[in-house]
Design a protein around this ligand. Structure first.
Ligand SMILES: NC(=O)c1ccc[n+]([C@@H]2O[C@H](COP(=O)([O-])OP(=O)(O)OC[C@H]3O[C@@H](n4cnc5c(N)ncnc54)[C@H](OP(=O)(O)O)[C@@H]3O)[C@@H](O)[C@H]2O)c1
Length: 261
């Protein structure tokens, strides 16, 4: 039977690439983000190209009531979510003490609360059916504290920890949980987060990074292979492993030097 994948943040970047990968694999799609026009254009393209069915929900996932409404609408339309891709997220560069509270609050709500809420809403049905796949998008930022992007790094550490814990709880239920940890990737993320303000990144252009499609394909394969923690790229694997061998003080001063210049 055709499976259905719900993808948050499907209007751009890695989420849009996930929609392309899952439609190529003949999944029907539930596309979620705020930009309804972009989602509708993507729906039309993917339905035409791959002969799948896509449903669009324009939803601000920082709003808890909107998440509950989204869940109810999915139930009312008798849609079954076999695959949940919690991808929507953003960052913001700058010192914690002077950062914009609205942005920080929204980041925590989107990167952690929405992901937790959606997982909690859809997981029981997956367990009851004996099948389900959840892919949570964290980041290489999850593996160390991140001065100058303190809240973003902390939200991704939360996603890593939560995903690993749930994955252990659902072992042998037929549900698999993968946490995808990309490094810098071509998308709108850098622009939204103001990454150009990082002094050591000033000469780096985004075409030096992997494409969103490469990252999404890696995420798809990791999910099928039931990998729990999936760090994209050889260099990122080394960079996320080495902090485990270093004193924490050295890690935070090293990251601060890189981030603040
Ligand atoms: N690109 C990187 O370098 C990188 C590295 C590591 C991890 N990541 C992670 O990858 C994930 C995807 O990011 P990306 O790189 O693809 O960035 P992106 O191109 O900026 O995409 C972000 C997506 O999130 C959606 N979104 C933002 N606010 C939302 C809200 N309030 N409610 C619903 N949807 C919302 C956006 O859609 P709308 O604006 O239409 O709502 C968009 O579809 C994020 O979790 C990010 O932290 C990215």
């Amino acid at each position: 039977m055709t499976k259905t994948a719900l993808i948050t943040g499907a209007s751009s970047g890695i989420g849009k690439a996930f929609a392309q990968v899952f439609s190529r694999k003949k999944h029907n799609l539930i596309l979620v983000a705020r930009s309804e026009d972009k989602l509708n254009a993507l729906k039309a393209d993917l339905e035409k190209e791959h002969g799948i069915e896509a449903v669009v929900f324009s939803c601000d996932l920082t709003n808890t009531a909107a998440i509950e409404q989204l869940f109810e609408q999915i139930q009312q339309q008798s849609l079954t979510v076999d695959v949940l891709i919690n991808n929507a997220g953003y960052g913001d560069y700058g010192e914690f003490a002077s950062s914009d509270w609205e942005k920080l609050q929204g980041m925590i709500l989107l990167n952690t609360l929405a992901l937790t809420h959606l997982s909690r809403l859809f997981l029981p049905d997956m367990i009851a059916r004996g099948f389900g796949q959840i892919l949570n998008v964290a980041s290489t930022a999850a593996f160390q504290p991140g001065p100058m992007m303190a809240v973003y790094f902390a939200t991704k550490a939360y996603v890593l920890s939560l995903s690993e814990a749930i994955s252990a709880e659902v072992e042998e239920t037929g549900v698999d949980v993968t946490v995808l940890c990309p490094g810098p990737t071509q998308s709108n993320f850098g622009q939204v987060a103001g990454m150009n303000k990082i002094p050591s990144m000033s000469n780096v252009t985004s075409d030096q990074f992997p494409t969103a499609l490469e990252v999404a394909e890696y995420g798809y394969n990791s999910l099928q292979e039931k990998e729990v923690v999936a760090v994209h790229g050889a260099l990122n694997k080394i960079l996320t492993f080495t902090p485990r061998l270093m004193p924490r003080q050295l890690i935070r001063t090293g990251v601060k030097k890189f981030m603040a210049g």
